[in-house]
Design a protein around this ligand. Sequence first.
Ligand SMILES: Nc1nc2c(c(=O)[nH]1)N[C@@H](CN(C=O)c1ccc(C(=O)N[C@@H](CCC(=O)O)C(=O)O)cc1)CN2
Length: 280
Amino acid sequence: MATIIDGKAIAARIRQEISRDVTTLKANGITPGLAVVLVGEDPASKVYVSMKEKACADVGIFSDEHKLPANTTEADLLALIDRLNNDPRIHGILVQLPLPKQINAEKVLEAISPNKDADGFHPYNVGRLMIGKPTFQPCTPYGVMVMLKETGIDLAGKEVVVVGRSNIVGKPVALMCLQQNATVTICHSRTKDLAAKVGQADVVIAAVGQPEMIKGSWIKEGAVVIDVGVNRVGEKKLVGDVEYGAAAERASAITPVPGGVGPMTITMLLYNTVESAKKR
Ligand SMILES: Nc1nc2c(c(=O)[nH]1)N[C@@H](CN(C=O)c1ccc(C(=O)N[C@@H](CCC(=O)O)C(=O)O)cc1)CN2
């Protein structure tokens, strides 16, 4: 049976360190500030944004909340970002995704100053990640890498299979694993014989957004399974992208959902904000 990689516990430990850093910064007259922008009423986004606000309060980060109606125009959102870029109290800016259809998300992410890009989504920061000189790293993949490190999993020479090619998880996590000298395969909806590809992996990173799409029987004996998916099934139940019970019987280590990668995402957002405050 697999070791369960406890994201909540790892996140709690790192948040204590962040809290200590915030205390030191405040003693030096700097209060780290994070602007959190939510447009619309997406229920999951509302939950994530309130989790971010609470996490900021817990570690002493000033959170500047902007909740805008669903019909906000792109121009109004860009004007707000411009103000936040020039606000000295703010060291990190995040715009919760997804955005309503009338707003071009790429344009919005590019408008955030690369120096305040706590989500690591600006093309400048994406480019720096690509060349192995990261500044702000996107929070979910960064959290995955920290979890692997904290669990003592060395990626050098390992076969890593990433399932999913999104800009916010699949592509960056693949680059980060490559940077750690893993041999990386990125799979997606057009990949042929996904089961065989997954079956070759020493480390599987599932970020496809489909409930339990990756079957436990595909997992190689002793592989490490990192499940990035957070899928709501029915009223209350959350499941990952991996068939957890069956995968746990074959894996050497596995992340649960909830309580795995999710808590690390917000922790790395706090980390990025504090690092940004330290730089200035
Ligand atoms: N601007 C951004 N938008 C989005 C990001 C992001 O990193 N930046 N990622 C996701 C959503 N997300 C953060 O925003 C996020 C997802 C999940 C969790 C989390 O802690 N999940 C818990 C379960 C929580 C629940 O009960 O729903 C877990 O897995 O244990 C945190 C943050 C898309 N948008």
